[in-house]
Ligand binder design. Structure first.
Ligand SMILES: Nc1nc2c(ncn2[C@@H]2O[C@H](COP(=O)(O)OP(=O)(O)OP(=O)(O)O)[C@@H](O)[C@H]2O)c(=O)[nH]1
Ligand SMILES: [Mg+2]
Length: 356
């Protein structure tokens, strides 16, 4: 069908209608005009505007190159306003009560006048695009609290990528005035190591009565913990929880002393009954005072910055290398030669690495 026929304007397909087109273009232009600039977003964040914060985090999470550039600019401008916070990692197996605990803990903190941001590093979201904080239902009050900000975990194809996004999101939240950052992760895999390298204090939630194997907790995670909170210490479970507290206390004594000069502690809590919540905060405060005083707090953050810089370089080198079309081609060729027994893994690797 041509557009030079005599069909009345009103029944022509939308794409050929002059007036509709003009309106569409105008709308598009308006929409572009409405897109805030990086300066707008930065200004908004620093003034505590939650919409600006959410938009900037969306840019951080985007894989679009333009968005990433914008995100970088915003991060640079926000950096001088960040850092004034305490970052707390909370880990534990599924069902231990992390979300319930964060709800109670977050409400307690906002009650003390704190501004609380809740983020997550969720290894499962890299596969299923799901989200650890999908269950916002467990944070009913905190979700509605104007001094709290809850952001579901970003998705991505590598834990490194997801962790980087979370780290950058921490900076944005701090610039927006959040002074307490809670980062939730499931304590069953690699993610808690990533979270450990971005927090000041690492809290492990455990259950009484379930063996370590059953709880899927590796010894390494116990060693990383600055505190172990035995949750669900209520009802029939209380006696068992008290026993577990004594047992974990003894176990922690066996670990080597930490550089922080801090001796990890064990506490009992019932997130459901909101017990042990204020005690947990007091404990973290004691840690903060100690490590601020002995210089560990600041030196740990500096160490983490170096770690993330090197991590970023590594990630970039790897992705640049594998994205190179000539590398892809040579890789395929060498894999097939290897398959046919015509080369060795080392010779094949050398050939691929030799691509410039
Ligand atoms: N009795 C008791 N139940 C609790 C307590 N804390 C949490 N629960 C219950 O335990 C279940 C799991 O709690 P969640 O807060 O969703 O646990 P989670 O660790 O966030 O779980 P995932 O998000 O799946 O990793 C829920 O049914 C809670 O009501 C507690 O202190 N006492
Ligand atoms: Mg949860």
């Amino acid at each position: 069908m041509t557009t030079s026929d005599n069909t009345p304007e009103s029944i022509k397909p939308a794409s050929t209608q002059g007036t509709t087109n003009a309106i569409a273009i105008k709308n598009l232009k308006n929409k572009r005009l409405q897109q805030p600039t990086t300066d707008d977003l930065t200004h908004g964040i620093i003034n505590g505007n939650m919409t600006a914060l959410s938009r900037a985090i969306t840019l951080v999470e985007s894989t679009n190159k333009d968005h990433q550039k914008k995100a970088e600019a915003i991060l640079n401008l926000c950096l001088p306003h960040a850092n004034r916070s305490i970052r707390i990692g909370i880990t534990g197996v599924p069902g231990v009560g992390k979300s319930t605990f964060i709800e109670a803990f977050g409400m307690h903190l906002t009650g003390l006048g704190k501004k609380v941001a809740v983020l997550a590093v969720d290894p499962s979201s890299t596969l299923s695009k799901g989200s650890i904080l999908g269950d916002k239902t467990r944070m009913e009050d905190l979700v509605k609290n104007e001094h709290a900000y809850i952001r579901p975990s970003p998705s991505g194809n590598s834990l490194g990528g997801v962790a980087r996004k979370t780290r950058e999101t921490i900076i944005l939240c701090e610039a927006a005035g959040f002074d307490t950052i809670l980062i939730e992760t499931v304590g069953v895999g690699q993610s808690e190591t990533a979270v450990h390298s971005m927090v000041d204090f690492f809290l492990l939630l455990k259950l009484a009565g379930a063996g370590d194997e059953l709880q899927g907790i590796k010894r390494g995670i116990m060693e990383m913990a600055d505190a172990i909170v035995i949750n669900k210490a209520d009802g029939d479970n209380l006696k068992q929880a008290k026993n577990a507290k004594a047992e974990f206390g003894r176990a922690l004594h066996l670990y080597p002393a930490k550089d922080s000069g801090w001796k990890p502690k064990v506490l009992l809590a019932s997130a459901l009954k909101k017990e042990g919540i204020s005690e947990t905060w007091e404990l973290i405060n004691t840690y903060w005072l100690l490590t601020k005083d002995n210089g560990f707090f600041d030196s740990k953050r500096k160490g983490q910055n170096k770690f993330w810089m090197l991590q970023t370089i590594e990630e970039r080198l790897k992705s640049d290398f594998y994205d190179n079309p000539r590398v892809k081609q040579e890789l395929d060729r060498q894999l097939s030669l290897l398959d046919q027994g015509k080369t060795t893994p080392f010779a094949a690797a050398e050939m691929v690495l030799g691509i410039k």
